[in-house]
Design a protein around this ligand. Structure first.
Ligand SMILES: [Zn+2]
Length: 290
């Protein structure tokens, strides 16, 4: 809605200016209208939980940096339509939580097209063509690859990224998901990929701060993740899951939906709400959906 308002204001500005402008100036304004307006202003961050069907992809933007966490499914290129629609030309940091095909689905093409400066992977391998294509893209482009570990803290533009998990690899692809607590000003997001309850326990035991305002619901809303103790430790205002409507896994599981309801936490999901966007000035945040 905010975007629409901005577009409307831009159009109104163009209309108002047309009458007073020379031809040269008119062309300049028309050019602005045709170019997607930069969505980010200084002092604002936008986090978009992209609707990529039964997969994951979260876009995190400020004026200084663009981060993409996961790249949607291997059998869908809807991610590129979304990134194109949002006017994304460059991704600075690509985080791949774990090598399942609903998370690294388009990673190779994202690397070729958006030239991330760094790609984070957990270090596990998958015996799939999708994973092979990712490795080929990383080698071919000579992109810097980082394997972050629990306890590390990174600064990326205006964002502080605390690594919550894994501390070491177990070889279990879901459970080794890179889990992050991402802070912009005073507003905090928590993303755990498909980490399951065993990993949530490990994060609880680690003593790391898990509190967040916005919680990306673990593992598409599966009851194998999102234990009560973990969600209580995160204690979010808003929880957002990514899943396709009527998916065969039954995500989000009713136990998880019930848990959030019981804890009084607002639950949103791409299956119901499409792409969900959080706008924040670092103090408060607003949520919009399609
Ligand atoms: Zn998944």
């Amino acid at each position: 809605m905010l975007c629409l308002l901005r577009k409307f204001l831009m159009t109104m500005t163009i209309v108002l200016l047309l009458s007073a402008c020379s031809l040269e100036e008119i062309e300049a304004w028309l050019f602005i209208e045709e170019t997607p307006s930069a969505p980010i202003v200084e002092g604002e961050a936008i986090v978009s939980f992209l609707d990529v069907g039964q997969g994951d992809s979260t876009l995190i933007q400020s004026e200084k940096t663009t981060i993409l966490v996961d790249t949607g499914r291997h059998d869908s290129d809807v991610l590129f339509h979304q990134l194109d629609h949002l006017g994304i030309e460059k991704i600075d940091l690509l985080i791949l939580t774990h090598p399942h095909a609903d998370h690294i689905g388009n990673a190779d093409q994202v690397i070729y097209q958006f030239s991330p400066d760094e790609v984070w992977i957990d270090g596990n391998e998958a015996a799939t063509r999708t994973f092979e294509r990712l490795l080929d893209a990383l080698i071919e482009t000579e992109t810097l690859v980082v394997e972050p570990r629990a306890g590390e803290v990174y600064e990326q533009g205006d964002f502080l990224i605390e690594i919550l998990h894994p501390d070491e690899l177990t070889g279990h692809l879901n459970n080794d998901s890179i889990s992050t607590r991402i802070t912009y000003g005073d507003v905090t997001f928590l993303l755990t990929g498909d980490a399951e309850q065993r990993s949530e326990e490990r994060m609880l035991e680690s003593g790391l701060n898990l509190k967040a305002d916005i919680y990306k619901v673990g593992h598409h809303g599966s009851s194998t993740s999102n234990s009560r103790r973990f969600v209580e430790a995160v204690s979010p205002e808003v929880a957002i899951y990514s899943a396709e409507a009527n998916n065969s896994y039954g995500h989000p599981h009713w136990e998880v939906v019930d848990l959030f309801e019981d804890l009084g936490i607002d639950l949103y999901g791409t299956a119901e709400h499409g792409t969900i966007t959080i706008y924040t000035d670092g103090e408060t945040f607003e949520l919009y959906y399609e």
